[in-house]
Design a protein around this ligand. Structure first.
Ligand SMILES: Nc1ncnc2c1ncn2[C@@H]1O[C@H](COP(=O)(O)OP(=O)(O)OP(=O)(O)O)[C@@H](O)[C@H]1O
Ligand SMILES: [Mg+2]
Length: 230
């Protein structure tokens, strides 16, 4: 098991490239991306559709292998990790909140949080205590036994945030977390992300098309045709 350096930035990308091979030629989705995100920092990632935002998040979170470059998360260089090492890394160090919330439909809110720890390090009573603490902080204590279909859109979004925080990650990747929400709920979700990240010293990248959302970030990075403006 890798010991992560507590003083290293949450994320460091250096010269990261991603090329998708296609039958009729290749798609360059990311071109020599350099990006450093400090511990506890929230970076908004803004760019048009198809510019490479999801690709960048997927690579930073170890879901997708880069075609080249260096990816260091919390001092942990994952660039050369095998699929098995990447799986362990993801459980240990990152959280994901996708646009389509992806909760398990037949599990309650609380069980959706506990799923993470059944496959992760913490199990049993400590996991249940952690899930209950998060649900409380997210204002969902009285909805813990509801199925996703019995929750509002914003509540489902908060369950997904809770699930992403279950493993005390170094970095949480939000891919358009507010796009399905109206502007009031979107603002509430962003305020929640802001306070949770600050309280826990967790870094985040928040992908958004919505420039209003960037007000909640420490910094905004623009991406266009796979090129970061940083
Ligand atoms: N699996 C894939 N195979 C081939 N090309 C892909 C694949 N995934 C993405 N692409 C291409 O890579 C580019 C970047 O895609 P990506 O999904 O990162 O964009 P995005 O900025 O997240 O867009 P959106 O805002 O629409 O979600 C696009 O041109 C896309 O068509
Ligand atoms: Mg995307």
């Amino acid at each position: 098991m890798t010991v992560t350096d507590p003083h290293a930035p949450a994320l460091r990308l250096e010269g990261v490239r991603k090329v998708y091979p296609m039958a009729d030629g290749e798609v360059v989705a990311l071109e020599r991306a350099d990006l450093t995100v400090d511990r506890g920092e929230i970076v908004a990632l803004v760019g048009p559709s198809g510019s490479g935002k999801t690709t960048l998040c997927s690579i930073a979170g170890g879901i997708l292998r880069a075609s080249g470059g260096t990816i260091v998360v919390g001092g942990d260089d994952i660039s050369g990790y095998s699929p098995k090492q990447l799986t362990a890394f993801r459980r240990r160090a990152v959280g994901f909140v996708f646009q389509t919330v992806n909760l398990v439909p037949f599990l309650t809110a609380r069980e959706n949080l506990l799923v993470v720890d059944e496959i992760g390090a913490r199990t049993g009573a400590p996991a249940r205590a952690r899930a209950d603490q998060l649900l409380e902080e997210l204002g969902l204590a009285d909805r813990a036994k509801n199925l996703p279909s019995q929750l509002s859109g914003g509540q489902r979004q908060r369950v997904a945030i809770g699930r992403a925080l279950m493993n005390d990650p170094t970095l949480v990747l939000f891919d358009e977390p507010t796009s399905a929400l109206d502007s009031k709920l979107g603002r509430q979700v962003m305020e929640l992300i802001r306070s949770e990240m600050t309280a826990r010293g967790i870094a985040a990248i928040v992908v958004t098309h919505d420039e209003r959302i960037t007000a909640f970030a420490d910094r905004t990075v623009h991406i266009s045709d796979g090129v970061l403006d940083a």
